[in-house]
Write a protein of this length. Sequence first.
Length: 86
Amino acid sequence: MLLKEIITGLFQLYTLAIVVYCLMSWFPGALQTKFGMLLDRIVSPFLDLFHFIPPIFNIDFSPIIALVVLELVEQGLFFLLRILIG
């Protein structure tokens, strides 16, 4: 099914964007580049939803929770599509 492949590709692309954004945060100045600012505009609105989770030993686990929620949303969308399309 072509629709499922497109949706999967978009979710994988967004997941990759989140991972790259998190990795770039480890390097000083990386998020101030044009690519870093673009990623920030794309990823930050979603990640900001999870910043209520406090860091544990100065490690921010909110991106991991965000990735889990993103996966759950993707699976829920597929479930709805199966119900609607059949």
